[in-house]
Ligand binder design. Structure first.
Ligand code: NAP
Length: 209
């Protein structure tokens, strides 16, 4: 079975990694001490709009605070915030095997390039998570909006497509991810306006004027 590593167990990492684990995949999380302790104690409880729920008990969670736990991975999903990407890239460069597939499931348009520069003998692919995830409690993560994972199409990705399908997170594959990434960034640039005006994005964009 393919080994999947979630590098940066926060909202997106715990949700996507937890769904993959619930779907039967072999998943290792690299986390900060705080999150690691919560996952070891509480496991993962994942929920989605529409009341769907998945639970993963603590004994099924493989979590480490040591980045060298990524060494055995066939697929690494990078789910840290952009500012942490250079550190993660340097850490991965020291441990990954040649040919490992690395996906940046991060917002922004430059994170995959940062990873690629540090990982010339691995394959780095752009990814995009279209839905929102929030931490609701210890080990509890909630998907609050819709959408399917989007990713750069590549031959090396194909062995892992089934893992995402079994998890109920099918991959939308694109030859060119740049328009997808820019579209997400343009929407995200409204976040501050939404927060300051207390108007959700849909409400803000609905009246064209
Ligand atoms: N949350 C969403 O709804 C959402 C939706 C779509 C896309 N995204 C994108 O997904 C990415 C992740 O967002 P997020 O909301 O999941 O962020 P997050 O909750 O902050 O999760 C990232 C986690 O990685 C940890 N981390 C950072 N560097 C690490 C390292 N070297 N080793 C181990 N752990 C490390 C962080 O710890 P520290 O905080 O202690 O550094 C944090 O716990 C971002 O690019 C974001 O824009 C988020």
């Amino acid at each position: 079975m393919a080994k999947i590593c979630i590098y940066g167990a926060g909202s997106i990492g715990c949700y996507v990694g937890g769904r993959l684990l619930a779907g039967g995949s072999d998943v290792t999380f690299i986390a900060r001490e705080r999150v690691g302790n919560l996952l070891r104690q509480h496991g993962l409880t994942l929920s989605q709009f529409g009341e769907r729920r998945w639970s993963v008990p603590p004994e099924r969670i493989d979590v480490s605070t040591d980045f060298s736990a990524a060494a055995a991975a066939d697929l690494v999903l990078v789910t840290v915030k952009s500012a942490a990407t250079p550190t993660v890239a340097a850490e991965l460069a020291g441990v990954l095997r040649p040919g490992t597939i690395v996906v940046s499931f991060q917002n922004g348009v430059g994170n995959a390039d940062v990873l690629r520069a540090a990982l010339p003998i691995q394959t780095v692919l752009e990814g995009m998570v279209p839905f929102n995830v929030i931490e609701r409690g210890p080990g509890a993560y909630h998907q609050g909006s819709r959408g399917e994972l989007e990713i750069k199409r590549a031959p090396g990705l194909q062995p892992f497509v089934g893992d995402f399908e079994r998890a109920g997170l099918p991959l939308q594959q694109h030859a060119d991810m740049l328009p997808v990434q820019w579209a997400k960034l343009l929407l995200n640039l409204n976040n501050a306006i939404n927060a300051l005006s207390n108007r959700p994005l849909k409400e803000e964009l609905s009246p064209r004027a």
